[in-house]
Design a protein around this ligand. Structure first.
Ligand SMILES: C[S@@+](CC[C@H](N)C(=O)[O-])C[C@H]1O[C@@H](n2cnc3c(N)ncnc32)[C@H](O)[C@@H]1O
Ligand code: SF4
Length: 366
């Protein structure tokens, strides 16, 4: 069994080129933004604002449905039914769409999936996206397995922030949660990302009762000497993952858990448009965030839009009916004018909070 706290997971001393990355509270399906920037050509308040006054400046782009892990909370063991390749967005189409959204006021892009790093030549896509006028932040959420071999190219191409997912520090558990081996590689991914100068490096940890909730203090200990932001995420239901309350650990329970080991844990100021509640152990280099999507969601300040790998726009992670399927099919969007006029319709559809999420929250609160 691997115990990273005692097996030398820590990286070598920082190289002199370390640079501070932009503040960001991005991560799982969430993230904060830079303050909205006005754009000289389009007025984003007209186009990417919804009827609740939320400005959509953050675009998550799913590059693929495929993945090299099978996390129990995300995918069935046999994987998911993949759509035919011709239905997937090409890099060229992704760039065209990103350019359109940037003109409308999007300032931040996050690449996700599936596992985004399994898309061949992702560094070329990143290079093109990072050169788009108005895009100030380009983040990637990854399971880390392919990161050690790609970190240099991705950094050179312009990635500004990495979120690396890791739910356990024990090799056996890693295998049972992800149905694959790979703990050492993910730990190496964290090390090389720190070595490349990223600060902070965000680590996404989905917390499940009786599965990994005994490891929260070990994750917090990783922030003692390294600029890591460990982000404990409430287990969420979606994609038919057989979610049950039995495995659910709320934000409050997680804080109590960590405080059992670190009574000095203190609340910090949250980032703008925060989705993560920020805490830290005084004197530790890194910090701890809690993503309370279920027990105390951030719908009211949600500024995110999601582009699926097959080119549909979704305005809400949770909503089953908020996909703007067909409205923003990228093939139709080649005629820029029709695309521009369809986006406001899409964002108008965005609810303050879906009825479905609201009913789940009520159940959890009981
Ligand atoms: C869907 S994955 C895609 C990117 C990449 N494959 C990865 O795992 O980082 C993005 C993030 O969603 C989180 N996630 C997946 N299923 C979840 C669930 N049921 N509840 C909470 N977070 C979840 C993962 O842990 C990961 O941090
Ligand atoms: S959470 Fe990420 S790594 Fe795990 S199965 Fe889902 S897409 Fe793959």
């Amino acid at each position: 069994m691997t115990d990273p706290l005692h097996s030398g997971w820590r990286r070598r001393p920082s190289p002199p080129h370390r640079q501070r990355q932009q503040a960001d509270d991005g991560g799982v399906f969430t993230g904060s933004d830079q303050p909205a920037q006005s754009h000289p050509v389009f007025d984003q308040t007209d186009v990417l604002a919804d009827s609740f006054g939320r400005f959509h400046t953050y675009l998550r782009i799913s590059l693929t449905e495929r993945c090299n892990l099978r996390c129990t909370y995300c995918m069935p063991a046999e994987g998911i039914q993949l759509r035919p390749k011709p239905e997937m967005l090409t890099f060229e189409e992704i760039v065209q769409l990103a350019e359109l959204f940037a003109k409308l006021g999007v300032t931040k892009i996050r690449l996700t999936g599936g596992e985004p790093l399994i898309r061949n030549d992702i560094e070329h896509l990143v290079g093109r996206l990072s050169r788009i006028d108005g895009i100030s932040s380009l983040a990637i959420t990854t399971n880390g397995l392919l990161l050690p071999r790609k970190i240099d190219d991705l950094k050179a191409a312009g990635v500004t922030l990495f979120n690396i997912s890791l739910d356990t520090l024990k090799a056996e558990r890693f295998r049972s949660i992800t149905r694959r081996d790979g703990l050492e590689t993910v730990l190496q991914a964290i090390r090389v990302t720190l070595d490349a100068g990223y600060e902070p490096v965000k680590v996404n940890c989905v917390v499940q009762k009786g599965v990994n909730d005994d490891e929260l203090p070990s994750f917090v200990e990783m922030t003692r000497e390294e600029p890591l932001e460990i982000r404990f995420i409430e287990y969420m239901p979606f994609g038919g993952n057989d979610w049950t309350e039995r495995y659910f650990v709320s934000y409050k329970e997680m804080v109590m858990n960590v405080r059992g080991a670190y009574p000095q844990l203190e609340r910090r100021v949250d980032a703008t448009n925060h989705t993560s509640k920020s805490w830290a152990v005084p004197g530790y280099v890194g910090s701890v965030g809690f993503i309370s999507s279920m027990s105390d969601n951030f719908c009211g300040s949600c500024n995110r839009l999601r582009l699926t790998a097959d080119g549909n726009l979704k305005v809400c992670l949770f909503g089953h009916n908020e996909s703007v399927s067909g409205t923003l099919c990228v093939r139709a969007c080649r005629r820029a004018s029709s695309c521009l006029s369809s986006i406001p319709l899409s964002t108008e559809k965005k609810p303050r909070m879906t009825a479905w999420l609201r009913s789940l929250r009520l159940r959890i609160a009981r």
